[in-house]
Design a protein around this ligand. Structure first.
Ligand SMILES: [Zn+2]
Length: 165
């Protein structure tokens, strides 16, 4: 189940989730189907735009605010969404799991915060692996990047940074 993300690099994670906005957009896609959807609240096929002050999207038709984090373990925390996503990336890319001490170090958060994050992520690992899969996002983007690539060997080249580390 974790096979794909284990081969996915931190480089790709950074590329596809560069900031909290990208993470919010991911949640909007996986939970609501994107920003152009049949919206049950107003019953029309509507486009959503980003609310700039809150982590929300607004229906262009009825102006309803949709909070992609609502009802998730990330709602009402003061941590940037990006830290949650990085923590989820660490969990999904590690077969042995991640210690709270490690999260504390990698995310630059306090130990109690790291402990709480680890607890919540472990508890919700099924949804992180399933519906929210960061993996699917990275895979889809790789396909897109692959399509843009020029050159005879582009298709057969493994996904990797354009430079060697
Ligand atoms: Zn609407």
């Amino acid at each position: 189940m974790h096979r794909r993300i284990e081969t996915t690099s931190f480089y790709l994670f950074r590329q596809h989730f560069p900031d909290s906005d990208a993470c919010l957009a991911h949640l909007m896609r996986v939970r609501y189907g994107g920003t152009e959807i049949d919206f049950p609240k107003c019953g029309v096929h509507s486009k959503f735009y980003r609310e700039t002050r809150d982590p929300a999207y607004i229906c262009r038709d009825c102006k309803h605010h949709t909070f992609p984090c609502a009802g998730t373990f990330m709602h009402r925390t003061h941590l940037p969404l990006h830290k949650w996503f990085y923590a989820m990336f660490l969990f999904t890319s590690s077969r042995r799991g991640v210690a709270a001490k490690e999260l504390e170090r990698q995310l630059d958060v306090s130990y109690p915060t790291a402990w709480r994050m680890a607890h919540l992520i472990r508890k919700h690992m099924d949804v992180i692996d399933g519906e929210w899969s960061l993996d699917g996002e990275i895979e889809a983007n790789e396909t897109y990047v692959g399509g843009e690539a020029k050159g005879p060997d582009a298709d057969s080249m493994p996904a990797r940074p354009p430079y060697s580390a």
